[in-house]
Design a binder for this molecule. Structure first.
Ligand code: COA
Length: 378
């Protein structure tokens, strides 16, 4: 065994087939079940995309009506789960709340120990429907606000915003949020999806796999990057009175200094995409609309300044978390709520992979090369 036999971080290793999505780094493209994600984001609701990821085809009008009715029926926060969330400290990270909620919802599910394709589909839809209430309520309780009950006259994205802010959301914001949910839904064998597949491969249950995936997503090298991007903006300083150009100049100086100190800048770089993340242009367009909607050009200045300084210094491009972070900030989400929003979306991709893994399973169990002490005696 030599160093070259070891695939640190599994970089470049193909471990299985998937029909859920195709990431093509060469052409900068991402397909969900064959459809370009940009087209889905432009033309579909998140509910339609969730249906597509789980069923392989977009729904007919009739299928969509039945599907959305099921989602709406599962929106209310289970009082037993609310009591458990209330027992957790308000300064616990919202990802810890999400992780706990997924676990609790699993233990309380009537099909907890069932993993047939039908049981898994039902559990996936139930968990997907339930998560926005968890994320929304956790942000509210941290502000000392009461729970807002869901509304069945709103679509998934509008209801998510409603339950978080208790205000009628406007169309532009709903649209940008819907785009973000679609872009975050699925991305092949990323760290959290692979985690979910590893857990599933032991014949463990769907909620255990999702709970583990949430733990993997929390890290700043993965989903936690959208939160970390906002910390960077905060560190540079968001000054509402500043012009776009002034903000860009300060951001550029910050980046040059950070790179001189060999810092890793969150929201930039990707293990698979080396010439830009296929999802960024669509999310950036949504961010631009939010910047115009809220009248906050200085945020665009910070965004542009960091991006161009990184490009000049290292030619490393932004990933999806880079435009998503400031978009959620503008909408009014607390920074630590950003990654839980990602969870609410990625439940669709994770569970599609869980079902795919379960349908053609092989225990995932790689080997290691031992480099500890040679055999010795006590
Ligand atoms: N900031 C600064 N330098 C970066 C960087 C970043 N965000 N991303 C990569 N690099 C540099 C590394 O320092 C390394 O430089 P070196 O060869 O001089 O040591 C080189 O680019 C390769 O980076 P590496 O970390 O080995 O690539 P990877 O494929 O393992 O990394 C990520 C992929 C995502 C882990 C990495 O780009 C990163 O940490 N990004 C920030 C976290 C983030 O935004 N994650 C969300 C991903 S969607």
């Amino acid at each position: 065994m030599t160093d070259t036999d070891i695939k640190k971080g599994l970089a470049g290793v193909v471990v299985d087939y998937t029909a859920v999505s195709k990431v093509n780094a060469e052409t900068n493209s991402l397909l969900y079940r064959g459809y370009p994600v940009q087209e889905l984001a432009a033309k579909c609701s998140f509910e339609e995309v969730a249906y597509l990821l789980w069923n392989g085809e977009l729904p007919t009008q009739e299928q969509l009506a039945g599907f959305t009715a099921r989602e709406k029926a599962g929106r209310a926060l289970d009082p037993a789960l609310k009591a458990i969330i209330d027992a957790l400290p308000t300064d616990a990270h919202p990802m810890d709340i999400c992780r706990t909620a997924a676990s609790v919802l699993g233990a309380r599910h009537p099909l907890a120990e069932h993993s047939s394709p039908e049981a898994n589909m039902k559990k996936a839809i139930d968990l997907w429907a339930a998560m926005p209430a968890v994320v929304a309520y956790d942000q509210r309780r941290r502000h000392g606000q009461d729970i807002v009950e869901p509304r069945t006259d709103l679509g998934y994205s509008a209801n998510f915003l409603w339950m978080t802010f208790g205000e009628e959301p406007v169309d532009e914001v709903i649209e940008a949020f819907n785009v973000s949910m679609i872009l975050y839904a699925e991305h092949s064998f990323n760290a959290s999806t692979f985690t979910a597949r590893v857990v599933t491969s032991t014949l463990s249950d769907l909620h255990s796999a999702v709970t583990a995936a949430i733990g993997a997503l929390k890290g700043p090298l993965h989903g936690g990057a959208n939160e970390a991007v906002m910390h960077t903006f905060d560190e540079i300083g968001i000054r509402s009175e500043e012009s776009l150009e002034e903000a860009a100049t300060r951001a550029k100086a910050w980046m040059d200094d950070a790179l001189a100190q060999k810092k890793k800048i969150m929201g930039f770089g990707h293990r698979v995409y080396k010439n830009g993340d296929s999802r960024v242009p669509t999310m950036k367009a949504a961010l631009d609309k939010m910047i115009a909607h809220y009248g906050r050009p200085e945020l665009l200045g910070l965004y542009n300044g960091l991006e161009s300084a990184m490009d000049e210094a290292k030619a490393i491009k932004p990933n999806l978390d880079y435009p998503a972070g400031p978009t959620y900030h503008l909408m009014g989400f607390d920074t630590p709520t950003f990654t839980p929003i990602f969870v609410a979306s990625r439940i669709t991709g994770w569970t599609a992979h869980i079902m795919e893994q379960a349908a053609a399973n092989s225990l995932i169990r790689p080997l290691s090369a031992y480099n500890g002490p040679e055999q010795r005696s006590l």
